[in-house]
Design a protein around this ligand. Structure first.
Ligand code: GTP
Ligand code: SPV
Ligand code: MN
Length: 593
């Protein structure tokens, strides 16, 4: 394959990286089923993956990562530029040449005795003007197999690149998986990503968070578009009319679940239908009609396994029955898999995510129940296998966006849904969005942290400039999507969720779309518009009037406390924060007084 490649810079880069990492062999990945099979066999024989039950889970594999390598490591993730001001107060920064130097010491000779796989991939439909091309070099077959599911990998990618096409240079090595020698480095000024010392998804599938968000957000500002941590879904109503929404929720806050939602019975009867476009990343541009259009650059789901079952997410259950890679779940004796809150009975025994024998109810030395699957264990599966997969997945122009949802986990404070007064107010709400920490992030669970647009860990430049970019994009649109904030996670005095969530979330979306179509009024509150209670369809829901009231309670004193936290957060951006954001802050303060 190497000899037929016309791209001199690509060839030189691969050679240079190989002389740094010193692999025994270089293998070009062409996306063919034959090569895939060969790699699967090789990885199985080396113990990198385990083939699962061929009858019950055809084409499926199992993988365990190292015990201290089970989630993205934000404290080891850096944006590397010449000037620190480029990355702002929310990113870790490293001076470009220092970063290369430090990483080179770890990369040096790290692939001795291993093969280097060259994976040319396209994020977005091949050849679409919306798409971006990357080439990942990795010493992990697990990475190759995941990339084959998550991105467009084929010989055609090299054809599209031709002799001088632009591509993101992605270098990855597991090295020795030592957390003290782990670095996830982004060089937006060089369109380059270097990741070393990890084998976990978001750290190593470099087309995902690293390229499609950190590098892409940097490019998007330069080129006038948006790269966002958002799901994309279509909602078809009784007349066959499909409207699309996107949703920015932090990691493990419900994007996959919402994107694949199954309508409640009463909505099914009305012929409502959901079309899944994407569950994690949305690239959006203003088209010639002046409205915002979105594509999902990915071709697969890298979804949270625990909690996935036929009640919470039947479409996911259907999607992961074949050709799926399971990471860090429980392995059952019959070579099938299980996780907490999976379908069926709890297995009597198995091997847990750490590779140890496991039995239900087992306690650790602190007396806590030992989980079979890691809370951030994941499945990798092709979108095409999802029963609700959109028929527009490969459309070069994507889908038009009617509404943007923002959300997070807030046990208190935030109502089930509210609408921003206008675009600028919506950008303010997104800039001050906060959520309780989940297991998808390394760190203290449950702690509330600000996470603007769910992009805090993923914005490749100063977030103050990111807010400015959003404000500017709004001005350029003839027809702006409306911006809504949702919270499925509010709890009562006993810590029980007030809202049933999952499929029932469609009731909230129905109201949102009615607002977009100017079909219903709303109640104006200091924080935004909330539904008139009679406009939210709660038919056949076991939801008392009292609960409904609690869901929409806006406690002014709690909000004033939140405002104070917002002020401290926004002040970290110093002079770089757009004045419009402070304007909205002051206006909210006034409305609350
Ligand atoms: P990433 O892949 O990390 O970006 O996460 P995600 O945003 O796609 O989150 P996902 O849909 O996987 O949901 C994560 C967790 O949230 C799971 O444990 C779900 O069970 C739970 N969850 C999702 N939707 C709802 C909901 O409507 N209500 C409640 N209570 N929990 C939900
Ligand atoms: C997330 O954490 O937001 C994910 C999983 O979607 S990862 O790809 O690991 O980032
Ligand atoms: Mn995500």
């Amino acid at each position: 394959m190497f000899d037929t490649i016309k791209h001199k810079k690509l060839k030189k880069w691969v050679k240079d990286m190989a002389s740094l990492c010193q692999p025994d062999e270089i293998v070009w990945i062409d996306g063919s089923p034959e090569q895939k099979k060969k790699l699967e066999n090789e990885a199985c024989s080396k113990g990198e993956i385990i083939r699962l039950n061929k009858k019950k889970l055809p084409g499926c594999f199992y993988h365990r990562t190292a015990i201290n390598d089970v989630a993205r490591t934000e404290h080891l993730t850096f944006i590397c530029t010449k000037r620190k001001s480029e990355v702002g107060p929310t990113n870790n920064w490293m001076f470009t040449s220092t970063a290369y130097k430090r990483a080179k010491e770890i990369f040096k000779g790290c692939m001795q005795g291993r093969k280097m796989y060259v994976i040319p991939f396209s994020m977005g439909p091949l050849g679409s003007p919306f798409s971006k091309i990357g080439v990942e070099l990795s010493d992990s077959i697990y990475v190759v197999l995941n990339m084959l599911i998550m991105t467009h990998v084929s010989k055609k990618v090299l054809e599209v690149l031709a002799s001088d096409g632009e591509f993101t240079k992605c270098l990855h090595s597991k090295a020795d998986l030592d957390i003290t020698r782990r670095l996830i480095l982004h060089f937006p000024e060089h369109n380059t990503i270097w990741s070393v010392g990890s084998g976990y998804g978001g750290n190593v599938l470099l087309g995902k968070k690293c390229l499609s968000l950190r590098i892409a957000s940097y490019l998007a500002r330069k080129e006038g578009w948006l790269a966002e941590h958002m799901l994309i879904m279509g909602i078809e109503d009784a007349n066959g009319h499909v409207q699309y929404i996107t949703g920015a929720f932090p990691s493990a806050c419900g994007k996959t679940n919402l994107a694949m939602l199954v309508p409640p019975k009463s909505f099914m009867k009305k012929n409502y239908r959901i079309w899944t476009v994407g569950d994690d990343i949305s690239w959006m541009r203003i088209d010639s009609d002046g409205s915002l259009w979105a594509i999902n650059p990915e071709t697969g789901f890298f979804g949270v396994a625990p909690g996935t079952n036929s009640r919470s997410n039947p479409n996911a259950v259907e999607t992961i029955k074949k050709n799926t890679i399971f990471t860090n779940v429980l392995l059952k004796p019959d070579k099938t898999v299980w996780w907490e809150d999976a379908d069926g009975p709890v297995p009597k025994k198995g091997i847990d995510w750490m590779g140890r024998p496991w039995k239900p109810g087992m306690l650790d030395d602190k007396g806590k129940v030992v989980k079979g699957a890691h809370p951030n264990s994941r499945f990798t599966a092709p979108i095409s296998q999802c029963p609700s997969a959109s028929f527009r997945l490969e459309h070069h122009h994507g889908v038009p966006v009617s509404a943007i949802l923002l959300g997070g986990r807030r046990e208190h404070l935030a109502p089930l849904v509210y609408e921003s007064f206008n675009w600028q107010h919506g950008v303010y709400i997104s800039a001050t969005m906060a959520s309780e920490r989940t297991s998808a992030q390394f760190g203290k669970l449950g702690e509330v942290r600000f996470d603007p647009m769910a992009m805090l860990p993923f914005c490749g430049y100063n977030m103050a400039d990111y807010f400015r970019h959003w404000l500017k994009m709004g001005k350029r649109m003839v027809k702006q999507p409306r911006i809504f904030c949702v919270n499925w996670f509010r709890v009562d005095e006993n810590g029980k969720f007030l809202w049933p969530g999952f499929g029932e979330n469609l009731r909230v979306i129905e109201w949102i779309l009615k607002r977009c179509n100017n079909e219903v009024g709303a109640v104006k509150t200091p924080i935004g518009y909330i539904p008139k209670l009679e406009d939210l369809n709660t038919d056949s829901l076991d939801l008392s009037k009292d609960t409904l009231k609690k869901l929409f309670l806006i406690d002014k004193s709690e909000w004033r406390e939140e405002l104070e936290r917002q002020r401290i957060f926004l002040a970290t951006f110093k002079n770089s924060l757009p004045e419009e954001i402070w304007k909205e802050y002051r206006a909210l303060k006034k409305r609350l007084d």
